[in-house]
Write a protein that binds this ligand. Structure first.
Ligand SMILES: Nc1ncnc2c1ncn2[C@@H]1O[C@H](COP(=O)(O)OP(=O)(O)OP(=O)(O)O)[C@@H](O)[C@H]1O
Ligand SMILES: [Mg+2]
Length: 127
């Protein structure tokens, strides 16, 4: 068990009307841990992720991100979490630096684009 889990889900249930899309799942993810949520089509992965991201409240169960309720405390949590879209991609006409600059616009207090590129070894691929 993790003393201070980054993600803690206990007995999560989600419904769309009468249909139960998530029927009580529990898992915990610790700091630095790589965690994959796998399941067949329609298993409830996206519904679960949207709940972790704070887009919808849990119908039942407990969800905590960094110890906080992601729906109720979304404003406080959002600057502290990173989210990749399921589908997205890049604008073909933008340079690496322009793309980094575009994405940093989604995050308050983002580090400078050049610093982020240097961190991942892309400083020489800016143009
Ligand atoms: N807005 C909605 N209204 C009604 N039912 C929905 C809605 N969104 C999802 N569902 C249903 O809830 C179930 C779980 O959907 P969800 O998208 O969470 O599954 P998933 O594991 O992400 O599936 P996939 O692998 O296809 O992406 C599915 O049966 C789906 O049809
Ligand atoms: Mg999905």
């Amino acid at each position: 068990m993790h003393a201070n889990p980054v993600i803690h889900v206990d007995g999560l249930r989600q419904r769309y009307g009468d249909y139960e899309a998530v029927a009580g799942i529990s898992f915990t993810v610790g700091e630095g841990e790589l965690f994959a949520l796998l399941g067949t089509n329609g298993a409830g992965k996206t519904t679960t992720m949207e709940t972790l991201e704070g887009f919808r409240p849990a119908h039942a169960g407990t969800v905590r991100i960094l110890g906080r309720d992601p729906h109720r405390d979304r404003r406080a949590l959002r600057p502290r979490i990173g989210i990749m879209l399921q589908e997205g991609g890049f604008f073909n006409d933008l340079t690496v630096a322009e793309t980094a600059g575009h994405w940093r616009g989604f995050t308050p207090a983002a580090r400078p684009a050049a610093e982020a590129l240097a961190l991942v070894g892309w400083a020489t691929r800016r143009a």
